[in-house]
Design a protein around this ligand. Structure first.
Ligand code: ADP
Ligand code: MG
Length: 556
């Protein structure tokens, strides 16, 4: 049999545009075999079906139709991996009845990448020799196409890896999870030229994906209900940790998200997983207005972006936890200060009130009054009694803040305080050194929670005095009948005017300070029968020493 001469008519420049290359191949095939119709299908590795990449003489409806392997002549060829020709009742290319069709597989190494098909209305048109020609043509076309993809891949890849590094740095600079996700969506849509970029996060029960961020979507898209992960494309992405791309949503199987993308008037979608510590936590999607086959390099790029997002999310969730413990510390300080404040106020108000009540009784005694005036006077009297009752209750509460004496292990106490402040200290780049005796060797006679709060206040002050980081020394020492607790920082220290009035309530030199911390420390220490000493050198640091009675084995 005589081999027919043919060539693809390609130029090196075609390698730079895979899409145009496919059209060239189709047109070469059409010309070569003298047929009306020719098409090149590519295998979508996600769904395993065939999508038309380029065609000539084929109606739009046929163009959009996806072929399942085994369906039509092209599908048959794809599933068998060998070429075929046939006179058909119903052809792949919509020839109606009575035409002829011929198809050959395209592959890259072992893998099928697509099918090249030609067809005509004429019956019994193709010969065995032509089939062999088509096979060779398909073979050569595959090599050109994979070369083109590789060329596209490498040049894109270098451009994109630069972009990725840039984006990574930018994402790292964002602080809140919202800012990070927004940034990622923005970069994803910019890098893939998408009209829509969205991020879904998996709920903690791992049942649904909820839209978290959306750029370029309509109100309807933004208001969409959460997507179940069972039997949905996005669910697959997050469960399996694998990307899915849909080249044309109009011809893909029904799916909540794919359908919604179609309602947006968009065509191609790529969805990649957000993976944190090997677990899928969400999905990043981009959708384009024109039909696109997302090349591997681009899928990897978006996966990289999604990875950055997941890592940054994890990090910011962790620092969210850090913020919470700091908030807790601050609240503890505020609450204990508040208790003290209330007691102070109650105490201050009670004395003048007692005087008012006494004078009041003397003043109204024997005073001639009308019935109405008598009622008013009586009312005032009962209100004064009521106020006194309130103050009594506040003072009783405050009195219950009298120390509940027991044996407190000094080493344990320091340990607890440094545990409580650990994250705060390391975030503030403060080095902690502890000098504490073994457990049970420095036992204090005192109230554990109160002492803990006092030392905590000292540590918090020390942290505030070292905004650029520094050194914090925590010490516990046994000294005769006493236990010394020391907190020493390398911070800014305080000027003499502050040091002299340190224990005055409301004396604070920092924004957001209450000025009650040191007052509370002093009150606690005095209630324990201890003493407090502060040495501070401006610019060098501050050392606070609490001297407390040692536990003698009895409660009185
Ligand atoms: P607050 O911490 O709410 O300001 P405090 O009573 O705890 O109230 O402290 C009062 C002030 O004393 C602080 O505002 C600060 O100016 C100063 N101060 C306390 N501890 C230190 C320290 N370790 N180093 C420097 N200044 C301190
Ligand atoms: Mg303070």
């Amino acid at each position: 049999m005589k081999k027919r001469k043919w060539h693809l008519g390609l130029e090196p420049g075609d390698l730079l545009q895979a899409k145009k290359l496919a059209t060239r191949i189709v047109s070469a095939a059409q010309k070569e075999f003298g047929v009306e119709r020719a098409a090149l299908y590519l295998l979508n590795p996600n769904y395993g079906d065939l999508e038309m990449e380029a065609c000539l003489g084929v109606a739009a409806a046929v163009r959009r139709k996806r072929l399942v392997p085994g369906q039509g002549l092209a599908g048959w060829v794809a599933s068998r991996g060998i070429s075929a020709r046939a006179d058909l009742q119903k052809s792949t290319l919509g020839l109606g009845s009575g035409g002829s069709e011929m198809a050959a597989p395209m592959s890259e190494g072992e893998n099928l990448i697509g099918v090249l098909v030609v067809g005509t209305r004429k019956k019994n048109f193709f010969s065995e020799g032509q089939e062999a020609d088509l096979e060779r043509m398909a073979h050569q076309a595959s090599r050109w196409l994979s070369l083109a993809w590789r060329v596209a891949g490498t040049s894109e890849e270098s451009r994109r890896s630069a972009a990725l590094a840039e984006v990574g740095a930018a994402i790292g600079a964002e602080e809140t999870p919202e800012a990070i996700l927004n940034r990622v969506a923005r970069e994803a849509s910019r890098l893939s030229g998408a009209k829509l970029a969205s991020i879904f996060l998996l709920d903690p029960q791992k049942k649904e994906l909820s839209l978290e961020v959306c750029l370029g979507g309509s109100a309807a898209y933004r208001k969409q209900a959460p997507i179940e992960i069972a039997e949905t494309a996005l669910g697959y992405v997050v469960r399996r940790g694998r990307p899915i791309s849909v080249r044309d949503v109009r011809s893909s199987p029904h799916d909540p998200h794919t359908d919604r993308v179609q309602e947006e008037g968009l065509v191609s979608v790529l969805a990649v997983p957000l993976v944190e510590k090997k677990e899928g936590i969400g999905v990043l999607c981009v959708a384009t207005a024109e039909t696109r086959r997302f090349p591997d390099a681009e899928i990897r790029l978006l996966e990289g972006l999604a990875g950055l997002a997941a890592a940054a999310l994890g990090r910011s969730r962790m620092s969210g936890r850090l913020d919470r413990t700091e908030e807790e510390l601050r609240n503890r300080e505020r609450l204990s200060s508040l208790g003290m404040l209330a007691a102070e106020v109650a105490h201050e108000v009670r004395n003048p009130l007692a005087v008012i009540r006494m004078l009041w009784h003397t003043a109204i005694r024997g005073l001639p009054t009308s019935e109405a005036q008598g009622r008013d006077l009586h009312l005032i009297e009962s209100k004064l009694a009521q106020m006194n009752g309130i103050l009594d209750r506040v003072l009783n509460l405050a009195r219950s803040a009298d120390p509940e004496i027991g044996a407190v292990d000094g080493a344990d106490l320091m340990e607890e305080v440094s545990l409580l402040t650990r994250t705060k200290l390391s975030a503030a780049r403060i080095q902690v050194t502890k000098k504490v005796p073994a457990r049970g060797e420095a036992m204090i006679r005192g109230d554990r929670p109160q002492l803990e709060q006092a030392v905590l206040n000292l540590v918090l002050n020390a942290v505030e005095a070292m905004p650029k980081g520094g050194e914090l020394k925590l010490g516990v020492q046994s000294r005769e009948e006493n236990i010394l607790l020391t907190v020493q920082d390398s911070g800014r220290g305080m000027p003499k005017e502050i040091a002299e009035r340190l224990y005055e309530p409301f004396l604070s030199r920092r924004p957001g300070g209450t000025g009650l911390g040191m007052a509370l420390v002093r009150r606690t220490v005095e209630a324990h029968g201890g003493t407090l000493k502060v040495d501070s050198q401006p610019g060098k640091g501050t050392r606070v020493e609490i001297r407390l009675p040692a536990w003698s084995g009895t409660r009185d």
